[in-house]
Design a protein around this ligand. Structure first.
Ligand code: ADP
Ligand code: ADP
Length: 239
């Protein structure tokens, strides 16, 4: 069974900006999917519709057996907890230290007073440290996030998303602001962690070379429609 099934997804911004033009795709457990396409193709809108940061205009999004497009409020938040997100600009709290940023991913799973008081669970703290070691940030744990390099910040972003223990990980242009060396480290770590945890990943990239290097499956999007869906070796000049 697919973990995520998308049917006829349409997004229209304003009156007539048709960012997604009827996308239907099934995603299976353990896939490492890279979505590629030129700027403005609809990649970011696609990812944001899946976790409802953007509300789709039409279509179905069935995640783990639930119709996300129909949920609101607390039910939506509960289901969204199974979906981790990594952002191009990291979205860390700059003045807060690295481990607290990682633990922020778990806030929505704690009672409100505990999260306000920063009473994180012991097992979450331990796992946060383990994750930070795994991505090579063991010496940065108590530094403020804004003292890190871009590549290091994104590795914190990965740890935060993984600590949430999602079934699905979404990444919107996670390496677009990084130099090639940092970009490769981030992609390699994402790839390794997702394989170890058997986590389904959907990653937006505009660089075809990284897609070919890391994806198990590539989706090509142009003008809001799927123009390619296959393994990297099948990718032709279509993109
Ligand atoms: P990509 O991620 O492939 O660059 P986007 O999903 O960001 O593509 O954009 C797809 C189209 O939707 C573009 O024409 C873009 O200008 C438009 N768009 C994206 N976000 C908004 C928004 N919040 N309001 C209006 N139009 C938007
Ligand atoms: P990025 O490449 O970092 O995603 P963008 O310039 O594509 O940056 O988008 C920045 C923000 O502006 C996003 O929230 C996006 O949804 C919004 N946006 C993009 N295109 C438009 C548009 N044509 N009209 C209004 N908002 C837009």
């Amino acid at each position: 069974n697919p973990l995520l099934s998308i049917k006829n997804l349409v997004k229209v911004y304003g009156k007539d900006t048709r960012a997604l033009n009827g996308i239907s795709l099934d995603f299976y457990p353990g896939e490492f999917i890279v979505v590629i396409g030129p700027s403005g193709a609809g990649k970011s809108t696609f990812i944001r519709c899946i976790n409802r940061l953007v509300d789709p205009s039409e279509g179905e999004i069935v995640f783990d057996g639930q119709h996300l497009e129909k949920l609101t409020g607390r039910k939506l938040r509960k289901n969204r907890a199974g979906i981790g997100m990594i952002f191009q600009h990291y979205n860390l709290v700059g003045r807060t230290n690295v481990i607290k940023n990682v633990l922020h991913g778990q806030l929505s799973n704690l009672p409100l007073y505990k999260s306000l008081l920063g009473l994180y669970r012991h097992e979450d703290k331990q796992e946060a440290v383990e994750l930070l070691k795994k991505v090579g940030l063991q010496d940065q744990i108590y530094k403020r996030a804004n003292e890190l390099s871009g590549g290091q910040m994104q590795r914190v972003g990965i740890c935060r998303a993984i600590l949430q223990r999602p079934k699905l990980l979404l990444a919107d242009e996670p390496i677009a602001s990084l130099d090639p060396l940092s970009a490769n480290i981030v992609m390699q770590q994402l790839h390794t962690i997702s394989r170890e945890k058997q986590l389904t990943c959907i990653v937006n990239l505009h660089q075809v070379d990284y897609a070919k290097k890391y994806a198990t499956r590539i989706i090509g999007i142009k003008q809001g429609a799927v123009v390619f869906d296959g393994v990297p070796s099948q990718l032709t000049e279509a993109m």
